[in-house]
Design a protein around this ligand. Structure first.
Ligand SMILES: [Zn+2]
Length: 438
């Protein structure tokens, strides 16, 4: 994914966390013969690790709990009532399950928005798994004091921690759950945290849901008695909360003014096609955003609105959805969609100086895909194979930050059986606490 280049019979040299050389195998073998551990990737494709730019990792505990409902009813009647009972330990267990699933499907970076608790949290789960990620704390108007404390604790303890694997973000839930004054205050909090704990190279970013459904304007009017003249992004811009370290998830109900504002403020989009289709939220105008030069990346959204952390699914769905509804098979070609899941994902998280491509000087975040399988043969085009034919189970080996976290589908740091058992236990405990269980 570095300038669209592809090296056949190639090799990559890694020292510590960093890619130090890339070239033909015979050349690198001469230069790096001794003292280097080798991974044989013959007949396999080595790709940059996939970047999932919108997740709620801990929600894996609710996978399959409530399906086939519209967003508002799903959130208000099902998800929020059960989430009230989630303990810090549940959040850790759920996030660890998603981290495991992510690594096993070739994803090396995950941007997750959830409730942060100091005791146990998603940051600890990702660090324990060896997964790179941005951990947010989701903010709502109804719990301002709690949010302020959580954000300070999160930034202080986790920003740029765990060997640089973990960064943090400030996550106002959405324009209809965060009032305009609080939205502005959170922007000040984000700026202050950046001064204290962030840097130009490793900023604390701003992550929120934006224009997920067509009735968002109506929801803002009902909640805060504000009548929007333009679109949702234009409204957020009028509050002065947008900048280039902002990632807007969904961007479905967008006006032309919204797209222009995103371009001008360099706001990045996270496109979540599977979740948007499942919740029937609509289809994001991705071709239009790309045409106007907006950075678009890909996300799965939560494991109960998707219901997996499978980025191959997000990639293929994005590739075929926009072709289908626009009657244009040339839209979002394979190469471009793979960029959305790698280089553009890195840009969307303001992390492109370190991840997103296989390039000398970048962190070694790689996925190795085995191709000796009927559905991946014969091989004409590697990119086409990844975008249209590959599945998570084809990913054999994953390296994050130079560390082998999965080799030949065996996880180095995680006990999968135990993680699944703990998730089942946590699920049962949660169900006991809610009234409307099955
Ligand atoms: Zn979401």
């Amino acid at each position: 994914m570095h300038n669209g280049k592809r090296i056949r019979q190639g090799a990559i040299a890694i020292e510590d966390k960093v890619i130090v050389d890339i070239g033909k195998t015979h050349e690198l073998r001469r230069k790096y013969g001794r003292g280097y551990e080798k991974i044989d990737a013959e007949d396999k494709i080595v790709t940059p690790g996939l970047i999932n730019t919108h997740q709620h990792a801990a929600m894996s505990l609710l996978r399959g709990y409530a399906d086939d409902l519209p967003l508002q009813e799903w959130l208000e009647k099902w998800i929020w009532p059960i989430e009230k009972h989630m303990t810090a330990h549940d959040i850790y267990i759920g996030a660890l399950l998603t981290a495991t699933e992510s690594i096993m499907s070739g994803t090396t970076t995950v941007n997750t928005m959830y409730h942060y608790t100091p005791e146990e949290n998603e940051a600890k789960a990702f660090a324990d798994a060896g997964l790179r990620g941005i951990i947010g704390h989701v903010c709502f108007s109804w719990r301002k004091n709690e949010d302020r404390k959580a954000l300070e604790d999160l930034a202080k303890n986790w920003h740029n921690k765990a060997d640089g694997l973990i960064r943090v973000s400030v996550d106002p839930h959405a324009p209809y759950t965060v009032d305009p004054e609080y939205m502005k205050e959170l922007r000040r909090v984000c700026d202050e945290l950046n001064v204290k704990y962030g840097s130009e190279k490793a900023p604390i970013i701003w992550h929120m849901h934006v224009a997920e459904t067509a009735d968002e304007k109506e929801k803002i009017r009902k909640a805060f008695k504000i009548r929007l003249k333009g679109g949702i992004v234009e409204y957020l811009d009028s509050l002065g909360v947008l900048d280039r370290h902002t990632i807007a998830a969904h961007c479905v109900a967008m006006t032309d003014g919204d797209i222009e504002t995103m371009k001008r403020q360099q706001v990045k989009a996270s496109h979540n096609p599977v979740s948007n289709l499942k919740l029937a939220s609509g289809v994001s105008p991705v071709p239009k955003m790309l045409e106007r030069g907006v950075t678009v990346s890909l996300g799965t959204d939560s494991p109960c609105s998707n219901n997996t952390a499978d980025m191959f699914d997000a990639i293929k769905t994005a590739a075929i959805l926009h072709k289908g509804i626009n009657n244009n098979p040339a839209l979002l070609p394979a190469q471009q969609v793979l960029e959305l899941a790698t280089t553009e994902g890195a840009k969307a998280l303001s992390w492109e100086n370190e991840i997103g491509s296989i390039e000398v000087g970048k962190k070694a975040d790689l996925a190795i895909i085995g191709c000796r399988k009927p559905h991946l043969q014969p091989l004409h085009n590697e990119t086409s194979q990844i975008v249209y034919a590959a599945k998570p189970s084809d990913v054999e080996t994953v390296i994050i930050n130079g560390e082998i976290v999965m080799e030949s589908r065996k996880l180095a740091k995680l006990k999968v059986e135990e993680i699944m058992e703990n998730a089942e236990k946590a699920k049962n405990n949660l169900l006991e606490k809610v009234e409307h269980q099955f």
